[in-house]
Write a protein of this length. Structure first.
Ligand SMILES: O=P(O)(O)O[C@H]1O[C@H](CO)[C@@H](O)[C@H]1O
Ligand SMILES: [Mn+2]
Ligand SMILES: [Mn+2]
Length: 406
């Protein structure tokens, strides 16, 4: 029983998805391509990192072997000498989308077997009556953007006009999202949140997964910067997740970072926020200290996706992986007998792939604990096996989806 610690390295795919071609992602491989670029000396950055990808702790947990199982090839630079010390394998996504909520909900035992609504990749991207309703109900002079875009690029392009006109920057992507970027002071953070609540209601009939507030600061295109006050307004998962089932059984569920937002605040009893992977790692350690037997600590490490994957920054992604790897022992040494640590991801975001969207990939499933006997667990037919493993480990009734791999 004791505790379960679940860490999602957001977007850390390991290639090989059988249905990748359906998404235009055949051959995408976040880990494999980062490792290849590092080995070729193409991911060196002065003062940040250089040379082959070094992930000694993840290696010992079986990352390289999980990737080999997933794609049939060994990522360059990883170690295959030592036998891993935990359970290693990969997960196959059954949900129809390659977005964050689909990945997380499926991990939590609820695959998404319906299609989200999407906005077309054309200008304008949003239906006219929706735009009109947003302007009216949000009491706005208009909106900017109205297209598919990368969030950092669009604030550079339209941030100054936004400050001048007071029109929020509305954009979307290949995900089921309506994103609103607005200046924290000139537009106002609370006002942005209120606007997102209005838009949440308006896009419900369109089956849009998330409305996302994207506040930023700075005065000119050169220095605009997004802040940690991002907020996601998600729809509810269609069935109770393992989080709900644990909370209903009186367990504490610690949600670190975006977790609570992703689950529309359901089933999370303790919310811990942090800006950036390092702070999120600290919060995770704090939650592990607080967690009692039967509790779940569920953390999302967003930087991999938002700062490096979507930005197609290979060196940045590699450095973030190496930094996470270097801190992993701090987490492992806090685990007690009977605890279970699971490391996984929610989708891919191959930084070498064309475009800036997520990529359909398998995800690593690495499982470690003081009492876990090492072995491969192969390719799991659904991410829901993770949630079910946690349910069984923590001693609640089995759920309808997935099977425990322990
Ligand atoms: O480019 P930014 O704003 O980071 O947006 C990214 O983040 C969104 C939510 O995860 C995705 O839809 C993707 O477009
Ligand atoms: Mn994600
Ligand atoms: Mn993303």
């Amino acid at each position: 029983m004791p505790r379960a610690i679940l860490c999602v390295l957001d977007s850390f795919g390991i290639g090989g998805a059988e249905d990748a071609a359906r998404f235009g992602d055949a051959g995408a491989d976040t880990l494999g391509h980062i490792a290849r670029a590092c080995a070729a000396g193409e991911a060196d950055r002065e003062g940040l990192r250089s040379g082959p990808l070094r992930l000694p702790v993840l290696d010992r947990l079986g990352l390289g072997r999980a990737a080999e199982l997933s794609t049939g090839t060994r990522p360059e630079g990883l170690d295959f000498e030592e036998e891993p010390g935990g359970l290693w394998g990969y997960g196959i996504e059954t949900s129809r989308g390659k977005d964050t909520p689909s990945g997380h909900w499926e991990i939590a035992g609820v695959p998404v077997d319906f299609d989200w609504g999407y906005f077309p990749n054309e200008v304008p991207s949003f239906p006219e009556d929706l735009t009109r309703a947003i302007i009216e109900r949000g009491d706005l002079p208009g909106i900017l953007g109205n297209k598919h875009a990368s969030g950092t690029v669009i604030i550079q392009e339209l941030g100054e006009e936004h400050i001048k006109t007071g029109k929020p920057i509305c954009y979307t992507s290949a995900d089921s999202v309506f994103q609103i970027a607005a200046h924290e002071e000139h537009f106002g953070l609370e006002r942005l949140y209120k606007l997102c609540e209005i838009v949440r209601e308006l896009v419900d009939p369109l089956n849009i997964g998330r409305v996302i507030a994207r506040p930023f600061v700075g005065e000119t295109a050169e220095d605009f910067e997004r802040t940690a006050n991002r907020r996601d307004y998600s729809v509810l998962p269609p069935e109770p997740t393992v989080l709900d089932r644990l909370a209903a059984d009186g367990r504490r569920v610690f949600g670190i970072g975006k977790i609570s937002d992703i689950f529309a605040h359901q089933g999370v009893t303790d919310v811990l926020k942090g800006a950036g992977n390092d702070e999120l790692f600290d919060r995770t350690l704090e939650a592990i200290e607080k967690a009692e037997d039967g509790n779940l600590v569920f953390a999302n490490f967003i930087d991999f996706d938002s700062l490096y994957g979507h930005r197609r920054d290979v060196a940045g992604y590699a450095a973030a992986l190496e930094a996470f790897d270097a801190r992993l022992p701090e987490m492992m040494e806090r685990l007690r007998e009977g605890d279970l640590l699971i490391l996984t991801a929610d989708h891919g975001c191959d930084p070498t792939w064309p475009g800036t969207d997520h990529t359909r990939e398998h995800v690593p499933i690495l499982c470690w604990g003081p009492e876990v006997a090492p072995r491969p667990i192969g390719g799991r037919p659904t991410f829901a096996d993770i949630g079910e493993t946690i349910a069984i480990h923590l001693g609640i009734a089995p759920g309808p989806n997935g099977a425990s791999f322990r």
